[in-house]
Design a protein around this ligand. Structure first.
Ligand SMILES: *Cc1c(COP(=O)(O)O)cnc(C)c1O
Length: 360
């Protein structure tokens, strides 16, 4: 049976990226030695590092004055790296979900944190709109896509101070104006690769402004280094994760870049949201204007509440994987990242239609 992977992260990857990684583990770059067994100082690997950075720069149009880093530790480590490097007195956070809340919690170790707005009152089903960004804060932190709740800030907001964004689950899903941000970070395992590598895009001039001393590994300047060939290689980089990211981004480029990803993602999301809105048995959980094109959250309509387990079993029989909603939302969540094919979304929509025919 054909499986349709809607996992929220780690999640579906482009088939050819996976195949290429398998081959590289056997024989990297025609060296006769596997990717996991070479030194990260061999020229072949240095080329992969340089190409991966180049793909990021090309695909997102990243200006010269920004550095692109590949680190370990996941987005959760960035929750404290960011304030360690950027927070002198005060930082402002927009609380749009538990990831945003966790990010703010870590910032409190370094200074004052102002939560400018929160949608916790309605279980994060919307993005707060009426808030004022304090101009005396060192930066304003947002989470562009709220993976658990299926809400998304799908434009590059205007911000009077340094803007920092956790883009773990929507990076490369649409073109962005990098210049609007001082720093962008995220774990790779939703849209750009496997778990194990974390991307950081940072404008160089925001670094080195805090008064506190920083541990070597926490200081972004360590990872930038002084020589291009050492970038992100102060210590051993997560070579396997970076290799798969390299192959994933090559695929994005081949498919037509982030404009094409955006076009496809919108088409997939519209197809699924239209079915949720049409089908009598389901309702979407997020406010329509804030709906995410990456994570689509829905529950059984009130009248059909007792059918949840039935639908889960029905969908499973049809090859749907990973559609169980996060425990804090319940119901269902279909994560339809870049590598999720339209056919999978079509199959899910058909599954919902057939379930309605049989039950409603
Ligand atoms: C998954 C996720 C995280 C956590 O990422 P880790 O790499 O597991 O630390 C943080 N923020 C968002 C928006 C996420 O989706």
């Amino acid at each position: 049976m054909k499986m349709h992977n809607f996992n929220a992260g780690p999640c579906v990857l482009p088939r050819e990226a996976v195949e290429s990684a398998i081959e590289a583990i056997r024989n990297f770059d025609n060296t006769g030695i596997g990717l996991l067994e070479i030194s990260h100082r061999t020229p072949g690997w240095e080329r992969i590092m340089a190409e991966t950075e180049q793909l990021w720069r090309e695909l997102l149009n990243i200006p010269e004055e920004y550095e692109v880093l590949f680190l370990g530790g996941g987005a959760s480590t960035q929750f404290f790296h960011v304030p360690a490097n950027l927070l002198n007195k005060k930082a402002a956070y927009l609380q749009t979900g538990v990831w945003a809340k966790k990010a703010a919690k870590e910032a409190k170790f370094y200074g004052e944190v102002e939560i400018v707005a929160s949608s916790e009152d309605k279980n994060y089903t919307y993005i707060p709109k009426d808030y004022v960004i304090p101009t005396d804060a060192d930066y304003f932190h947002i989470t562009t896509n709220n993976t658990i709740y299926g809400t998304e800030i799908r434009k590059d907001i205007d911000c009077p101070i340094n803007l920092v964004a956790d883009m773990s689950s929507d990076i490369m899903s649409r073109p962005i104006d990098v210049r609007k941000y001082a720093l962008i970070y995220g774990g790779a395992q939703k849209n750009v690769g496997p778990a194990g590598v974390t991307f950081v895009i940072v404008r160089k001039d925001v670094l080195g402004k805090v008064d506190r001393p920083l541990q070597t590994m926490v200081d972004y300047r360590t990872h930038i280094g002084t020589e291009a060939k050492n970038k992100s290689m102060f210590n051993t980089p997560p070579v396997f994760a970076i290799y798969v990211m390299h192959e994933t981004l090559k695929w994005v480029k081949k498919m037509g870049g982030v404009e094409e990803m955006n076009r496809r993602n919108i088409a997939k999301a519209e197809l699924l949201y239209n079915e949720i809105d049409r089908n009598r048995m389901f309702v979407g959980t997020a406010e329509k204007e804030d709906r995410s094109i990456m994570n689509v959250c829905f529950v059984m309509a009130e009248k059909f509440k007792d059918k949840e387990a039935d639908f889960m079993a029905f969908a499973k029989q049809r090859g749907m994987v990973g559609i169980k909603g996060h425990r804090s939302v319940g119901g269902f969540r279909a994560s339809i990242y870049n590598a999720c094919p339209l056919e999978s979304v079509q199959a899910l929509v058909e599954c919902m239609r057939d379930f309605e025919k049989l039950n409603a």
